[in-house]
Each structure stands twice: as C-alpha cells, then as structure tokens.
Design a protein around this ligand. Structure first.
Ligand SMILES: C[S@@+](CC[C@H](N)C(=O)[O-])C[C@H]1O[C@@H](n2cnc3c(N)ncnc32)[C@H](O)[C@@H]1O
Length: 391
C-alpha cells in the first residue's frame, strides 16, 4: 500500500477513535474484561448464528455504544476496510454528486466516503436503528457534514425514492445477508434487491458491491441476478480485496462494479478468470486443482448450455474406482475426476492450446476404456460429439 494512502486510512480510523493495534489473539478475553455482559451477549449471539443458524440479530447488541462498536470494528472490520478504502482513494471519483450506502451499520464506510468524495452529498441507510444512531454520532464527532443517515430497510427506501437519484451506490457485505436464508426473517427475493439498485442508479452511475463469494458459481449467480435487473458487471473495473484478518486468516473479498450503461455481458469463463482462470491462460501447461472446493465450484459453474459435450467414464484400478467427467466448454476444457474415497481433482486446459493436449488425452482415455466402462452423454450437438469421438 502506498505510504501516504496508508497513513490517510490509519488516521481516519484514529479520528474515529478505533484502536487498531490491539492484540487480536486475546480479543475475546479483552472484550469481556472491558465490556462485561455486553461482550458476552454479543459473542453468544454471533456463535448461535454461525453454529446453530438460530435467530439472533447481533447488530443492535454490537451498536449499544460507540466504544463497543469500535472495539469490534478494530478486530473484524478494519483489516478488510483498509484495501477497500485504498481502492476508493486510488479510483479518485471526482464526478460523484450524490451517493448512497446500503447497510451502512454505524457509518464507518459512509463517513469515509463523505470525506473522500468531496463536493458530493451522501446518505447511509440501515435497518438497524442502533447502528444509525451511532452513525449520526460518528459523523458529528468527525465533523463530517455532507452525509445523512436514515433508519430504513432498502426495500422500503428504494420504493419511496425517485428513480435515477444516485450516481454512486455502495453496499459492503450486504448482498449475502439479503440472499442467504436468515432465521430471523423470511428471505427477501434477490431480484428485488437489484431492481431497487437499478431504479435508484443514474443512467451512467456505478453500483459498487463488496462481498464474499465462496465459489465462482455464486459470483456468476450474482451477475445473472444483476443482469436481470438491467445492470451489467464490469470485470475490468472489478477488483479482489486480499487481506489478512485480525485473527491472521487470509481472506479474499470480491469488489464488483456494475452499471446500467456498460455494453456486453461477461461470459462464465470471464467470471472464472476472476478467480483462477488467469493462471491457466498465462501458463501453456495444464494445471491440476487438488482443492475439492475449487474443483467442485468450477465444475458446478458450467451450466448445461455452456457444456457442449460430456464424456463420463468409470475407472477401476487397484481396487479404486474413479469417475472421470470430461467437459468441453466455452473457452475451457475440463477434466474432472472423483474417486470413491471422495478425492476430487480437476484439470483445466485453455481451449486455445487444446490441440497440443488432445494428443495426450487418447492415451489416457484408452487406458481407462480398457479397464473401466465408458458412457457418453451429449446435449444435442453432434458436431462436438464427433470431435470428441475423433480423439
Ligand atoms: C455485515 S453488515 C455490513 C456493515 C457495513 N456495510 C460494513 O461493511 O462494515 C450488514 C449490514 O446490513 C444491514 N442490512 C441487512 N439487510 C438490510 C436491508 N434489507 N436494508 C437495510 N440494511 C440492511 C444490517 O443491519 C447490517 O448493518
């Protein structure tokens, strides 16, 4: 990170009275020592949500006092906000007149935006009243005057506001809350979320969303929902926020930039590229993915339409059975192997280099054909089937 940028962000946290130099390993103990029952209730609520998926809303508890909220932010939020704030500074948005932050919580991001997007006026909304009360206090403590806060749900806010009112809309860690089954309430339909954003965004405005996408498939779904509401995802403008969280875990959040005025839509292979595909294109050799999560997610991200042809074979060797699926898809060629022991691997070949690799595949297939059984499945494209038969 550029030194002056880093200093600027650190001084913002310090102006907010957030002490980011805490010993994170002792975080829970220190939190309980300092805040007593409040900390115990908060930690219990978070655990209940994560472990039992029970209804407990942590936001009103977290936002009981600004000091408590700041101590939580020091451990949980500041490490991920640093690369996000750095991106905002680097983008140097000078044309923003009006911005909106959805799910602004206690106003950390909104106040930073208000300081950075000079000449603009902003509004932060959140359904948590306690969060909004603290956000107003934070803005007043920081003497930031170009931001207002409103306690409202996004659904009601978008219904009651004029179309095209905002040229920038921000949402950080909100989409996953809207789409994930929430034991505290019925799930809001995803298309409503994007319909509301599309309505409020000016024609050439940008929607900037930061969220966790555990699989490329979930990013493809996000993009598809957004497209259905007239928004387009710009992968060129989008960004990966890599950071180490307060507990020394490596984390990666996806910052997506969407707009109504962009042309074209990204292909699934473009979206895969955002995760792991670049490495495959850069290197002319095939790569084996041993991570079942990555293998599984790339495998699932291919829809039937995108999968032109599939060959499945079961391979028996040394009392081990392996199922092998071979897919040819737009831009990539995928060999997916799963064994009876649950081991999974996936090789991806950039299609552009395919001829070299095709030479190696007959030997591999021949060996498997002689030992195992082969079944061929096609989705009504005979020409591509012929190509595979010709291997
Ligand atoms: C995980 S927190 C993220 C807070 C903040 N944006 C950040 O990145 O630190 C999600 C926030 O979204 C708010 N929220 C969730 N669904 C909402 C909705 N439908 N309308 C308004 N706020 C919502 C929650 O109250 C919570 O403050």
């Amino acid at each position: 990170m550029h030194k002056t940028t880093s200093v600027k962000i650190k001084s913002f946290f310090s102006d907010c009275k957030i002490d980011i130099h805490k010993n994170k390993n002792k975080f829970e103990k220190l939190l309980i020592k300092k805040h007593g029952a409040l900390a115990v209730d908060f930690l219990k609520c978070v655990d209940a949500r994560v472990d039992n998926n029970t209804c407990c809303d942590p936001y009103p508890i977290k936002n009981t006092t600004l000091e408590f909220a700041n101590d939580i932010a020091a451990a949980f939020d500041c490490p991920r906000l640093e690369p996000f704030f750095q991106w905002i500074i680097n983008e140097n948005f000078t044309n923003c007149r009006k911005f909106l932050e959805i799910g602004c919580d206690n106003g950390l991001i909104s106040c930073f935006l208000a300081r950075e997007l000079k000449g603009s006026s902003g509004i932060g909304i959140d359904r948590c009243k306690e969060g909004i009360d603290l956000a107003r206090r934070r803005a007043s403590d920081l003497k930031v005057t170009n931001i207002a806060f409103l306690n409202d749900t996004f659904d009601s806010f978008s219904k009651n506001n004029k179309p095209g009112s905002y040229d920038m809309i921000f949402a950080s860690l909100v989409y996953h809350e809207v789409i994930q089954p929430n034991p505290c309430e019925s799930v809001a339909p995803t298309s409503d979320y994007f319909d509301g954003i599309s309505k409020l965004l000016s024609e050439d405005g940008f929607f900037i969303s930061v969220d966790r996408f555990q699989t490329p498939k979930s990013l493809i779904d996000f993009s598809k929902f957004a497209i259905a509401s007239g928004l387009k995802l710009s992968l060129a403008k989008s960004f990966l926020l890599n950071f180490v969280d307060g507990f020394k875990n490596k984390e990666r959040l996806v910052l997506t930039v969407l707009s109504k005025s962009l042309k074209g839509t990204p292909l699934p292979s473009d979206i895969l590229s955002f995760f792991d595909y670049n490495a495959f294109l850069e290197s002319p050799s095939a790569k084996l993915i041993n991570s079942p999560v990555v293998a599984e997610s790339i495998y699932r991200s291919l829809t039937r339409k995108e999968t032109i042809c599939k060959v499945s074979t079961t391979y028996y060797k040394d009392n081990v059975t392996e199922d092998i699926d071979i897919f040819e898809s737009e831009g990539i060629f995928v060999v997916y192997v799963s064994s009876e022991h649950g081991d999974k691997s996936l090789s991806i070949f950039p299609l552009v280099f395919l001829p070299e690799y095709l030479q190696n595949i007959p030997a591999m297939l021949d060996e498997r054909k002689t030992i195992g059984s082969v079944s061929v499945w096609q989705n009504n494209d005979l020409s591509s089937l012929k190509r595979l038969n010709a291997i």
